[in-house]
Write a new protein. Structure first.
Length: 447
């Protein structure tokens, strides 16, 4: 009730949600009260959690921020939803996002922009901007997002909350609407690192329904909290401190390095030499996979279909023309081009090869250090509309997060300071595959 009171007070300004689930949430909360009275308490009993509108939720509309799924009501729950339900969570609603998770500002949503709770003139980041804003504005206790090239860590940094992208394969993607299947990963937004560990405990694990989920042992992530990082080596990649980084962000990260040293760790410069290719590689690989994944939206199987058409082909064309927004169309065009015969070798194949080099950079660097420390974003939250006319500028806002997805490693962003104007700044830690525990350890020491 208190969360919905807060939603009533601020949602009109922030617009974090696409769909509110007030009735079912209050009903579930009542049941949680009863369970608590009966002493049946699980990890998330009664905890109000918001969901990016990209997970299939049985009986609740799932739009993915797109007109083409405007009236799509999934007949099943995503695995993460089932897991959260089993842990006792109460779902407050489905949060706003860039259309099909393509964007860095939540401005490509068909359902309007979400505003940054720290400054309503600014974007909350994206694509999981609604999930980040909902946590920052106290419109939920925690939320889930998805991260294909930074969509959890970047909005977490810009909204002053904790956001983690786990290792590719750590969390089942079953029931997550696919954007780029070799990069997508689900993760939590929370107010602090302990909550991040609790949520992670709930959502990770092997899922026989998802072929890329990995059957590796799952620790209790809370065991990594408050252990300190005495004697650790923290790598600072030289390539992340070059052009374009905002002076206030740079100063906050330099301060973060000092804090980490104050905790007894040794910071040393490392090199990730293929960093400069990461944005180019990502914008071949991600649109290529997206163009294939989005072929299923044809007006037949799901959601929106135009009212009038001459024949089947005409219906496809008109439905997709009206159903998808400009950014999604741009990605489909880039992706189909990069995959088409005659161009495949020059673009998709080449990008996949360079992706291998980017992964190798991390593998080699992580042999000499426990974790890597970087800024999460090159700038604090920018103004609404500032980058909408310039896709290249928008793409560059993920310059520090994208290579993580290409390498499949985990990353966490947490608050590390504020600009003079009061905007939050985030620091990012990266670790080797399946080393989420290390990320929580360093983050909880830092926090
Ligand atoms: N901003 C990046 C893109 O537009 C990443 C988005 C994401 O992680 N879903 O593709």
């Amino acid at each position: 009730q208190s969360v919905f009171g807060r939603i009533d007070a601020v949602e009109e300004k922030v617009h974090a949600y696409i769909t509110l689930m007030r009735e079912s949430a209050l009903e579930e909360a009542k049941m949680a009260d009863e369970r608590i009275r009966a002493g049946q308490i699980k990890a998330l009993t009664g905890i109000p959690i918001a969901l990016k509108d990209i997970y299939c939720t049985q009986g609740v509309r799932t739009t993915c921020g797109s007109r083409i799924l405007e009236n799509y009501v999934p007949p099943y729950d995503a695995t993460v939803i089932t897991k959260l339900r089993e842990a006792g969570a109460v779902f407050t609603g489905k949060t706003n996002m860039d259309e099909f998770a393509m964007g860095s500002s939540t401005e490509t949503s068909y359902y309007g922009v979400t505003r940054n709770p720290w400054d309503l003139e600014r974007i909350p980041g994206g694509s999981s901007g609604g999930s980040a804003a909902a946590v920052a504005a106290d419109e939920c206790i925690a939320s889930l997002g998805s991260d294909t090239g930074g969509s959890i860590r970047q909005p977490a940094a810009l909204c002053g909350v904790v956001g983690m992208k786990p290792t590719y394969g750590r969390v089942s993607r079953f029931g997550l609407v696919a954007f780029a299947s070799s990069l997508d990963q689900i993760g939590p937004f929370t107010k602090d690192v302990e909550d991040c560990a609790i949520l992670l405990n709930t959502i990770v694990g092997y899922d026989p329904r998802e072929s890329t989920s990995v059957p590796v042992e799952v620790p209790d992530y809370r065991d990594f909290l408050n252990r300190g990082i005495e004697g650790w080596t923290v790598g600072i990649p030289r390539e992340y401190f070059v052009e374009g980084i905002d002076p206030e962000v740079r100063a906050a990260i330099e301060q973060a390095i000092k804090t980490v040293e104050g905790l007894g760790a040794k910071c040393r410069e490392i090199s990730l030499p293929h960093t400069e290719y990461s944005v180019a590689v990502y914008y071949i690989v991600a649109p290529a996979e997206a163009s294939s994944n989005l072929a299923r939206y044809d007006g037949v199987k799901y959601g929106f279909r135009v009212a009038e058409s001459r024949d089947l082909l005409d219906m496809y064309k008109k439905t997709r023309s009206a159903g998808f927004g400009a950014e999604v169309k741009r990605r489909i065009m880039i992706g189909t081009y990069a995959l088409s015969s005659g161009y495949y070798d020059a673009y998709f194949k080449k990008a996949s090869q360079v992706r291998g080099l980017i992964k190798r950079d991390f593998d080699e660097a992580l042999q000499g250090c426990d974790v890597i420390l970087t800024p999460t974003t090159p700038t604090p939250a920018f103004k609404i509309g500032e980058k909408t006319d310039d896709p290249m500028q928008m793409y560059l806002s993920d310059i520090f997060t994208i290579s993580t997805n290409l390498a499949g490693i985990p990353g966490i962003s947490l608050p590390c300071g504020y600009t003079q104007g009061g905007l939050p700044i985030g620091v990012q830690f990266l670790a080797g595959h399946f080393e989420e525990g290390k990320l929580l350890q360093v983050a909880s020491a830092y926090e």
